[in-house]
Design a protein around this ligand. Structure first.
Ligand code: G
Ligand code: G
Ligand code: MN
Ligand code: NA
Length: 253
């Protein structure tokens, strides 16, 4: 409860911030965009991880305000990068299932795009499979309208949930993000290697982009390139960064 009132105050006083983790095209090594990751530096407790405060936000209803703030902040940041000469970059934002329940997310996405003057196809929404389990028709309607706006949809943490292949097609997802639990030790674990390779192959044959999360070394990156994986993300390339560090990195620093 204390955490909840602290979080409410943090949202109201603009005390949350975003970090940005580069998304890399494997073949070229180029940064193609960023995933926005929410951070909360609590005045007394220090940094509170999103794995702790996102569930608090979801259970308290604060996730709608938080989600709106994340969308506005991330699209504004993308506008700044575009203005700095990096107009090819895209931004990925995480959405949790709760944000779909009242459908407010649709208006929030539209407003953020208009305010920041960002082409819809440069915004990607990362959804987990859990989104698709919650009340069917309402969620589906919102997803269809988001697609109609032109934003991209990616399936986050793929392989850990119910992984409905039917949904991938029905909602015209654009990208699969392979969960880092499979990627991290795919060199030592043949089962994980087979899963990663299988998901890449599945994505490519469905005409979807595919990104491997949690790439921590060059051995893994090389293997993924060999398997024609399109994109990657992970500490091997870059950690989530503050905006100042991200723009340095874009400049080649
Ligand atoms: O950055 P980190 O690995 O600590 O993130 C942990 C989890 O928190 C990830 O699963 C990520 O999807 C989630 N998360 C981070 N930022 C946001 C956000 O802005 N909105 C939502 N819904 N989830 C987020
Ligand atoms: O659930 P989601 O995929 O949105 O969460 C992304 C999370 O993974 C972020 O919290 C980010 O900090 C973390 N992350 C990103 N790259 C790596 C990595 O290479 N290794 C590990 N262990 N975590 C990573
Ligand atoms: Mn994500
Ligand atoms: Na993930």
């Amino acid at each position: 409860l204390q955490l909840e009132s602290g979080l409410r105050r943090a949202i109201e006083t603009n005390a949350l911030r975003l970090e940005y983790q580069p998304l890399v095209e494997l073949a070229s090594g180029r940064i193609v965009g960023a995933e926005a990751l929410c951070r909360w530096d609590h005045p007394k407790r220090g940094p509170v991880p999103p794995a702790v405060f996102i569930p608090v936000a979801e259970d308290s209803g604060l996730i709608e305000a938080l989600g709106g703030w994340v969308l506005r902040t991330a699209t504004r940041q993308l506008r700044a990068w575009h203005d700095a000469g990096h107009a090819e970059l895209m931004m990925a934002v995480n959405l949790s299932a709760r944000q779909f329940q009242r459908g407010i997310v649709l208006q929030q996405v539209e407003d953020a795009l208009v305010e920041a003057d960002i082409p819809a196809e440069k915004l990607e929404l990362e959804l987990t499979e859990s989104v698709l389990l919650h009340d069917g028709e309402a969620v589906m309607a919102v997803l269809r309208r988001l697609k109609a706006l032109g934003v991209k949809l990616s399936m986050d943490d793929f392989g850990t949930g119910y992984s409905s292949l039917a949904y991938l097609r029905r909602f015209k997802f654009d990208k699969i993000k392979i969960d880092q639990s499979f990627v991290r030790d795919m060199i030592d674990d043949p089962d994980n290697a087979a899963i990663v390779r299988g998901i890449i192959s599945l994505a490519l044959s469905l005409g979807l982009d595919v990104l491997a999360e949690g790439v921590e070394d060059e051995t893994v990156a090389t293997r993924l390139r060999h398997w024609q994986c399109t994109f990657a993300q992970g500490y091997h390339f870059a950690r989530p960064m503050r905006p100042e560090a991200f723009i340095e990195r874009l400049r080649g620093g």
